[in-house]
Write a new protein. Sequence first.
Length: 411
Amino acid sequence: MKEVLEQALKAQDRDLCDHCLGRLFAHVGTGTTNLRRGEELRSLIDQDRASRGLGPMKHERCWLCDEMFDQVPRFAEAIVLKLQEVQYDNFLVGTRVDPAVQAKEEELWSLVGQEHAEPIKSELNREIGKAVFALNGKDVEFKSPQVVALVDTRFAHVELDVAPLFLYGRYRKLSREIPQTKWPCRVCQGKGCPRCGGTGKMYQTSVQEQIGDVILPHAKAKEHFFHGMGREDIDALMLGTGRPFVIEISSPVVRTFDLAALQEEINEKAKGLVEVEQLRPSDREEVRRVKDSAHDKEYRVTVSIHGKVNKGKVDEVLRTFNRTRIVQRTPVRVSHRRADLKRERYIVYVVLEDFQEERMTLRLRTESGTYVKEFVHGDQGRTQPNLSEMLGAPCTVDALDVIGVIDSSEV
């Protein structure tokens, strides 16, 4: 305590309020407040001054904060009023402080020392947060607040930073003519031009829009982002139990609604294009899991055989692909937007479901990231081994359906 008093005495010529005096030693001891620390330090300083025949440490108006802490109730009331604009269960307070105040604080630290000090913004955030809680009863959330109320202490002006709303689900894509996500026009980059008919899009709708555009009016929001566990080609269907996704709704005013009714509405409006199931609340951590997850996929592929091959030969070749690895160089069709690399991929199994001389249907399961069309036709030898080469006859994909996305975290 003697060391603390010696440091505190260095500040006695500054007119400091008890908050600003106590905050210099915020990390000395626990279970108290900076206000209480300041009161105790002022008493010790006055005792020391009295022993030297001096009067009490003066205080009229705080040199550092200009009595800002007297405004905490005003700031809290302004925040509670602003928070009425959105639906929320928890919040966090942030502050903007006059740069001149922060400069004075650093000047004081250079005089007294900074090792035990806490920044004024930290104390303001805490004290205003407690005052807001006293008014609205909502919990303060430090890790993932639904809304951050940022108050400018110079004007008591409040801005809200509303956290996104995340919803998890699985979707089925029933059309071979829509992409998974919004696709800006390649010509105008989304601005609108003759190529896209002024829409700014390559395709008039997408899985993302069929889901997100229904949610926006319920959330009273304006923008959505789509995070899928991989993606299928535009001309592929996504069937089975669907593909896991998380849709992110930016700056929602409303955060809670009947998800069962919402799912029903999405499915009704997207009939024939998209179906959604298992819609539930999610979070940013699940976005990372969905995007980074290792997931096998199951496909049904209709293949044309351009040559004479009998069923026995097909069965023999397909057996060689069970539990085997192939090497795929970046396909020609995506080489303009992806690095030219070789990737090893695992084929779990390939089975023949139907065979009719020049046409067959295959079901296969592969590692995530496998280019199935290229596995079938060989991509000018860029995939090795490939089905066409092993059969000794060129093969092309007529139709490809994803019939299962195996989420490893759910297995």
